[in-house]
Design a protein around this ligand. Structure first.
Ligand code: ADP
Ligand code: MG
Length: 236
């Protein structure tokens, strides 16, 4: 997935400022930056729920969105995960994961079981969201997002609502499941530690711009400027 020269303004203010970024299948790219720098807005444009003022989005080299042409969100083969992972409270765990799946009943059931096994929640297959802990609900949300085999997985601070003690374990587990599914993952976070732990590639964002991009070790040990140094040391 590639975005090229994306610009988005709100009320005349440039919030996403000429952002270009490539996310490869099987890799996790972290869009890392302080609150308000434009991360979620960028993600929403990729998801297709918000329109850029200029710039293009490509998947496999094929244009999916510019300012005149636009593939609708539901046809973008995108999986979404947010901090508020919002399971459907009235649906069982199985039906939450099956939601939006196509195919025969047996096919759907097989995919649901495959994913619930991966997230180690088969015992809750007929349970309901309120019976699960926060971490367990988060894993169901992961299974649900991955069920239709999205090409692109967009995750917006998906771990920030979780208890500190759970977070590292869930990050590691999520990472290993993502790797098995081979989607191109774009993970938004304001926490350097999370990016360092999960990313193959970090894109550091500030005031709507990507100020640096590279492997986590390189970005961390060779920050582009003083503001990047401050950002890494501040939050840690
Ligand atoms: P981040 O996810 O990095 O915290 P956002 O992309 O949510 O940042 O927001 C970037 C900036 O754009 C913020 O200043 C925010 O207030 C502003 N913004 C986001 N959405 C809208 C909107 N729909 N209307 C006006 N301003 C918005
Ligand atoms: Mg945000």
């Amino acid at each position: 997935m590639e975005i090229r020269n994306i610009v988005r303004r709100f009320e005349g203010r440039v919030v996403v400022d000429d952002v270009s970024l490539t996310v490869q299948a099987g890799k996790v790219t972290c869009l890392l930056g302080p609150s308000g720098c434009g991360k979620s807005t960028t993600l929403r444009m990729i998801a297709g729920v918000e329109m850029q003022d200029s710039g293009e989005i490509y998947v496999d080299g094929k244009l999916i969105c510019d300012t005149v042409f636009r593939v609708p969100p539901e046809r973008r083969e995108i999986g979404l995960m947010f901090q508020d992972f919002a399971l459907f409270p009235h649906l069982s765990v199985a039906n939450n994961v099956a939601f939006g799946l196509k195919g025969s009943k047996d096919e759907k059931r097989a995919r649901v079981e495959e994913l619930l096994r991966k997230v180690d929640l088969m015992r809750f297959i007929d349970g309901f969201p309120h019976q699960l802990s926060g971490g367990e609900q988060q894993r169901v949300a992961l299974a649900r997002a991955l069920a239709p085999r999205p090409r692109i997985m967009l995750m917006d601070e998906p771990f920030s609502g979780l208890d500190n003690r759970l977070r590292d374990g869930i990050r590691d587990e999520t990472l290993s499941i993502l790797k098995e599914e081979d989607a191109a993952v774009l993970l938004v976070t304001h926490e350097p530690e999370e990016a360092m732990r999960m990313a193959d590639e970090i894109a550091l964002m500030r005031r709507g711009k990507i100020v640096q991009q590279g492997a986590p070790y390189n970005v961390y040990t060779r920050p582009a400027d003083k503001a990047a140094v401050a950002f890494f040391s501040d939050v840690n």
